[in-house]
Design a protein around this ligand. Structure first.
Ligand code: SF4
Length: 431
């Protein structure tokens, strides 16, 4: 077991390590002890969140039990707060934070809450780096250079609404993909759709109820194929390992703009065949994916919170499509020789539950998916599990064991976090 110590905050938000309680974690709502081999130093660029009206939970190895910390051992009678880490991109959580919520504790905002501890004079988290690419590492971004390059591009392209939108994304919201567009490298975003045909519990661009708020403004217009191509062609021809991706956090479902996307992809591929054109999608319209593939689309990334239909429907609350359409979309892209990733929205306790892992392996058997992107599900874990009607179905094998099983059963499947450039560094003739 771990020697990492519980980290908690006092009333004013100052962080402390507990004098003797061990760091604990949570998996599917169950508190669990932490093994040292799942701990890594807190990645730079991560944030530490205070969890309102939630008591920290640690493990007392003397009493052999979990302990809810209700007062500050350094200042008796003063209140304490639980804390969690929001890890930097490219890292997947293995355990979420262990805490005990008060009766009317507010629902936590749309972030992920990874277990945090203190070990050998530094913060540690129960997580793993799943992608070596440094695309969104905080030390890759020089603000001054970004502002200079963005300002010049925005001045040059006043007529292009999409470039102006990406300017706000990069300079106001700090979107790393939009920043990389202006810095002319790696993956650039092509948001296009104000509408969606799903109503995900954890949608970050549109929340209909008042329980939680969306963390991003949704795009309000549909760019023209010319506006899209102007962004994409320059990027594909000039950027290092270029990828351009439809389907961003600041939009609905791009497949609903199928006609525009098909025209845009044709326009892009008529000017260059460098780099990769990718579509991040909920996979709802297989026929549109077929037409996009025929137009020159290289890859798709289909988001899934679970490969168990009931949990999928309970989370996505799809309108006019279902889980079977999603698997058909994957098969369609594969049947046309396209590259397919799944964006596995990872929550420890559900994603690594034996039944889920076996279902995922069956999906890999049936579909020959190429890449599993392990992105943390940004949601209040307890609220989410309640909302989808989660019932533990048996053993939880753990995220590392889940990945090991898939590597054994499907060695051709890789794990990652980012959409790959399928033809890196290949400069091709432009027409
Ligand atoms: S599919 Fe995407 S845009 Fe649509 S509701 Fe879900 S998260 Fe939001």
């Amino acid at each position: 077991m771990t020697t990492a110590r519980l980290v908690y905050a006092d009333e004013s938000g100052l962080l402390y390590d507990h004098p003797y309680l061990e760091m604990a974690g949570s998996s599917g709502g169950n508190w669990t002890r932490v093994e040292d081999n799942v701990l890594i130093p807190l990645p730079s660029g991560s944030e530490i969140f205070l969890l309102p009206q939630r008591f920290p939970v640690g493990y007392d190895s003397k009493k052999r039990g979990f302990v809810k910390l209700s007062e500050d051992p350094h200042h008796p009678q003063s209140k304490v707060q639980a804390v969690a880490a929001f890890m930097a991109p490219a890292h997947t959580q293995i355990l979420t934070a262990a805490y005990h919520g008060e009766e009317n504790a507010p629902i936590l905002p749309l972030f992920s809450y990874t277990a945090l501890g203190w070990l050998e004079d530094r913060f540690v988290v129960a997580g793993v780096r799943v992608d070596p690419l440094v695309r969104q590492d905080i030390d890759q971004f020089e603000q001054e250079k970004l502002e200079k390059m963005a300002t010049s591009a925005l001045g040059l392209h006043r007529h292009n609404r999409l470039i102006q939108h990406l300017g706000t994304c990069a300079l106001t919201y700090g979107c790393p993909a939009a920043k990389n567009y202006f810095l002319r490298r790696w993956e650039a975003p092509l948001p296009t759709s104000p509408q969606c045909n799903a109503t995900c519990l954890g949608c970050i661009s549109l929340q209909e109820g008042d329980q939680i708020c969306a963390s991003q403004e949704r795009i309000t217009f549909v760019p023209t194929p010319d506006e899209i191509a102007e962004v994409a062609v320059d990027h594909l021809q000039e950027a290092e390992d270029p990828v351009v991706s439809f389907g961003q956090g600041c939009e609905g479902e791009p497949l609903l703009q199928g006609k525009t996307l098909i025209e845009a992809v044709k326009l892009i591929r008529s000017q260059t065949d460098a780099g990769t054109i990718n579509l991040n999608t909920n996979g709802s319209l297989p026929q549109t994916i077929a037409e996009l593939r025929d137009s020159g689309l290289d890859s798709i990334r289909v988001s899934l919170n679970s490969v168990r239909e009931a949990y999928y429907h309970a989370y996505y609350r799809p309108r006019g499509y279902g889980y079977s359409d999603v698997t058909r979309a994957i098969l369609t892209m594969k049947s046309k020789g396209g590259f397919v990733s799944i964006n596995l929205l990872t929550l420890p306790g559900l994603t690594d539950e034996e039944e889920e892992v076996e279902s995922l392996i069956r999906l890999l058997d049936e579909t020959a998916i190429d890449l599993i992107q392990m992105r943390n599900l940004n949601i209040d874990p307890e609220w989410y599990l309640r909302e989808i009607g989660y019932h533990p179905s048996g053993r939880v094998v753990g995220i590392p064991e889940m990945m090991k099983r898939i590597r054994t059963s499907h060695p051709q499947v890789s794990f990652g976090y980012f959409n790959p450039c399928l033809n890196p560094g290949k400069e091709r003739a432009t027409s």
